[in-house]
Write a protein that binds this ligand. Structure first.
Ligand code: NAD
Ligand code: DAU
Length: 331
């Protein structure tokens, strides 16, 4: 098979390329990425020499380029996006351009060639759950996005489904919860927390810290995408999440401090994010029942592995960290 991966120099995309080439060594991958601040080719240095892998620097909004790549592949796995909620508050327009128009540009080409199209989406399209509730998002939950980021992802999901219903494009969607693991940009909560501590700085918690995210390891996510690509029902969406009970940002911070043998006095509270979603929790019953997927390892074990990875790979994050903290200073 020949796959077009968009956004393969980002966090989940680069993990997926590693995962896919390990499991499907005969397949060809084209990675289309415009290398925004979030694209890091260093994440792919282990695979860049392989003749099964080709990197193309380009924008998903470039319809000519997209058309020519689409004509060569069997499947598209669409990761490329603007992904950081805080940036969607300071600079929302680029989120619409990339996440909505960029997705539609790809869909137009997929329509022309009848290409199988898998869209990587987020649980944030469903909005926020109440802290005291036991509810979880599932594929029937009403869309109710709150940030410009989640609104742009919701719009892209609707476009994907509309191209299936109207034009018969063979699509699938996964809406998954917060990922963590190697190669995640230091702007995001878990890597920012770990790298702050490694640099002797404190953890910065937004608001009261009682915000809940449904953390899942990126490798579990890659396995879910693989199953949906190979066995998923065309026209269907799947919600994917972690194995945790609710865990707040404050509790995640305390777990990281415990693993790193540091005191809780290393936590600082800072101004809250506007429109901050209180709680996410995702049901993965459908993908479990239909495709047999479930998350593999416990959160604490994966968290320790992630801390070890950032400790061992300072070369990968040191320069990026300066840039991500520069962004936070301008907020
Ligand atoms: P990321 O920010 O780490 O990487 C995004 C990649 O897309 C970068 O390599 C960037 O250069 C590329 N890109 C951005 N605009 C582009 C454009 N116009 N043309 C081509 N390439 C472009 O993102 P991530 O965290 O790996 O997320 C990947 C996907 O998964 C996104 O669609 C995101 O919405 C979704 N998602 C992420 C999470 C998470 O926890 N990280 C959870 C659920 C869903
Ligand atoms: O739910 C899936 C989504 O998860 C993805 O669709 C997004 O692309 C991804 O960025 C992520 O969004 P979040 O906003 O949940 O992730 P972030 O890492 O920015 O923040 C996680 C939580 O931690 C959130 O409640 C805000 C809080 N936070 C974040 C940072 C960076 C802090 O308290 N302090 C921080 O320094």
């Amino acid at each position: 098979m020949k796959l077009l991966i968009t956004g393969g120099a980002g966090f989940i995309g680069s993990n997926f390329i590693h995962y896919w080439l390990k499991k499907h060594a005969g397949d060809q991958i084209i990675n289309l990425d415009s290398l925004t601040y979030a694209g890091h080719l260093e994440s792919l240095k282990d695979v860049s020499h392989r003749h099964h892998y080709t990197f193309v620097k380009g924008d998903i909004n470039n319809s000519e380029l997209v058309d020519s790549l689409m004509s060569q592949v069997d499947i598209v796995v669409h990761f490329a996006a603007e992904t950081h909620v805080d940036r969607s508050i300071t600079d929302p327009m680029i989120f619409t351009r990339t996440n909505v128009i960029g997705t539609q540009t790809l869909l137009e080409a997929a329509k022309k060639y009848g290409t199988r199209f898998h869209h990587i989406s987020t649980d944030e399209v469903f909005g926020a759950l109440k802290l005291e509730s036991k509810n979880k998002f599932n594929t029937k939950t009403r869309y109710q996005p709150n940030s410009p980021y989640s609104a742009s992802k919701a719009a892209s999901d609707h476009l994907v489904m509309s191209y299936h219903t109207t034009f018969g494009v063979p699509v699938t969607i996964t809406n998954c919860s917060n990922n963590f693991g190697p190669y995640q940009d230091t702007e995001k909560f878990i890597p920012r927390t770990i790298t702050n501590l490694l640099e002797g700085k404190n953890i910065l918690i937004y608001g009261d810290g009682k915000y809940v995210r449904d953390w899942m390891h990126v490798e579990d996510h890659c396995r879910a995408i693989e199953l949906v690509l190979l066995k998923g029902k065309v026209g269907a969406s799947y919600t994917v999440g972690g194995m945790n009970k609710d865990v707040s940002n404050l509790e995640v911070s305390k777990k990281i401090l415990k693993i790193m043998k540091l005191p809780e006095s290393r936590i600082d509270y800072i101004k809250d994010r506007p429109g901050h979603d209180r709680r996410y929790a995702v049901s993965w019953k459908k993908i479990n029942k239909e495709l047999g997927w479930e998350p593999k390892e416990k959160f604490s074990k994966r968290l320790k592995q992630t801390i070890d990875w950032y400790r061992a790979n300072e070369w990968w994050w040191k320069d990026m960290k300066v840039k991500s903290e520069d962004f936070y200073k301008t907020k």
